[in-house]
Design a binder for this molecule. Structure first.
Ligand code: CS2
Length: 513
């Protein structure tokens, strides 16, 4: 059957009763749902994670918790999910196994890319008690090295002057809260589901920083009526490809423009700190806890740290996907040694988790060949990811006088990835990172010398806090790694670092970091 053939019906409410039996479908009456929460950023991750938990909850214990999906950045939702009445197919894939399910929890979608007005209408409405967000790390407009609002960010500069027509996520949320305060006054929980540490604290910081500049009592109202829990979210769900859409069409005989593909593993740990009504996701596998910090450190430093390492070094080695990079014996060995020898000792105990088993489970997840997660996708916005994935464990090791020989290699890997995308190095590939131009300017100015390049990049204090950047051990280790990765044999360098027994890597004297 030809993909996209006109003979295939498109997924929508009318097709639900005629889906093939191999495709699970909502067991509840969707027409009885009313919107109870909104989600900003309806990408593959939301559709594979929070929307699935909500779908489970609706099946388990029917409630009104339908989701209104909002996009304030491309892509347009009305063309895909909107046309399908919010329905989409969620495939879980592991090697040659495929499990398909149509998810029904998204009851409507709202495109708010041209103007924030449609999003504000939803977010300010009295029926919405919970707002979840997946807007990527850079959506928070914070400074990665310290978590504060970046007041020099062009969208924030705009929003501080034009409060009624905001563009940024913090500006839109502050305005929505202002409208709630001025109308019904109902409390609300804003739940970040992005991969940044203490994501609830950062969300509260950026929203409150805007509210405080308004001086109309908004900051106090927010403090009394809005909760910003932190959460750790986990499921590998790469951007959907045309091949995924064709898979559904060929296997199940219908067309679905909003397919998502994820791995079997999923986890959601949410800080128990809510305002107003809360969906009982804890009844369907999520955990409500007092402190998410140990869970988020474990996940970001082990799973995400491994992904970023395999992505940037994988690109340097010529690999397309995570599963290709980890299948490379050199990179597979390197990443395990890095995690076991350098990352694990930086982690606090996590209730009920064996760290070593978690490493093995994570590496197993990354070997799943059915998850076509492109190294370039993971390397995207690396500047917003390396603090929590690599620099925080490095800082802890330096404080204790421990070696950072392995963890510094993916940090230099991020640098090399951006440097090699600059004109000075022949633009080996296209990159997408808010700091790509800055790194390209440094490369243009200083040329190929690793020390001069590292000096220039380590001076970016919004990524490398000054205490860390001034640490001599850190600087020299990064220069060595960058020199190796920019050489003609970057994998030779990684191999050399990896073959070195742990005992051969001398303890570094303790220094402040
Ligand atoms: C990935 C994450 O693109 C990336 O940065 O590392 O999206 C990762 O797949 C998820 O955090 C897994 O939960």
């Amino acid at each position: 059957m030809k993909a996209g053939s006109a003979s295939h019906e498109t997924l929508g409410p009318a097709l639900l009763s005629r889906l093939p039996s191999a495709v699970q479908k909502p067991s509840y009456d969707r027409t009885a749902l009313t919107p109870g929460m909104a989600h900003i950023g309806v990408g593959a991750f939301h559709r594979c994670h929070q929307a699935e938990y909500t779908d489970d909850l609706l099946s388990h214990r029917f409630d009104r918790w339908g989701v209104v999906g909002l996009n304030i950045r491309p892509p347009n939702l009305s063309e895909t999910l909107g046309r399908q009445g919010g329905l989409y197919t969620r495939l879980i894939r592991e090697d040659d196994k495929v499990e398909a399910r149509v998810i029904g929890s998204i009851v409507s979608v709202v495109d708010s890319q041209e103007s924030s007005a449609p999003a504000l209408d939803v977010l300010a409405s009295a029926g919405i008690d919970m707002v979840t967000l997946t807007v990527t790390e850079k959506g928070y407009c914070h400074i990665p090295s310290n978590g504060e609002l970046d007041v020099a960010h062009p969208d924030i500069v705009h929003d501080l002057v034009n409060r009624q027509t905001p563009r940024s996520v913090p500006g839109i949320l502050a305005r929505a809260l202002e409208l709630r305060m001025a109308s019904h006054g109902r409390p609300v929980t804003l739940l970040s589901c992005d991969n940044i540490p203490t994501n609830g604290v950062i969300l509260a910081n950026v929203v409150q920083a805007i509210a405080a500049r308004r001086g109309d009592g908004l900051a106090d109202w927010i403090a009394a009526n809005v909760a910003f829990p932190s959460a750790m979210v986990d499921r590998i769900a790469p951007a959907t490809s045309e091949a995924d859409i064709e898979t559904v069409e060929q296997r199940f005989g219908y067309r679905d423009a909003a397919v998502v593909v994820g791995e079997p593993f999923r986890q959601w740990v949410i800080e128990q700190k809510f305002a107003g009504r809360v969906p009982r996701w804890d009844l369907v596998g999520a955990s409500f806890v007092d402190d998410v910090t140990p869970f988020e450190h474990l996940k970001m430093r082990v799973l995400n740290g491994a992904q970023t390492t395999l992505a940037t070094l994988g690109v340097l080695a010529g690999h397309e996907h995570t599963s290709d990079a980890i299948a490379d014996p050199l990179l597979g060995t390197f990443v395990r040694r890095m995690l076991v020898e350098e990352t694990l000792p930086t982690l606090a105990p996590v209730p009920g988790v064996s760290p070593q088993a978690y490493v093995e489970q994570s590496l197993g997840r990354l070997r799943n060949t059915a998850i076509r997660h492109r190294n370039h996708q993971i390397a995207t916005d690396g500047s917003q990811k390396i603090v929590q994935r690599l620099l925080n464990p490095i800082r802890e090791r330096l404080r204790r006088g421990e070696s950072i020989a392995l963890l510094s290699i993916p940090v230099a890997g991020w640098m090399a990835y951006l440097i090699k995308a600059s004109a000075r190095f022949g633009r080996s590939w296209e990159v997408s990172d808010p700091y790509a131009d800055k790194v390209a300017q440094i490369a243009d100015a200083v040329g190929a010398d690793a020390k001069a390049l590292a000096d220039g990049i380590l001076a970016i204090d919004t990524i490398f806090d000054p205490g860390l950047a001034a640490n001599e051990n850190f600087r020299t280790t990064i220069v060595t790694a960058l020199d190796g990765l920019l050489s003609n044999d970057p994998m030779g360098f990684v191999g050399h670092a990896c073959a070195l027994p742990a005992s051969a890597r001398l303890k570094q004297p303790a220094q402040s970091a």
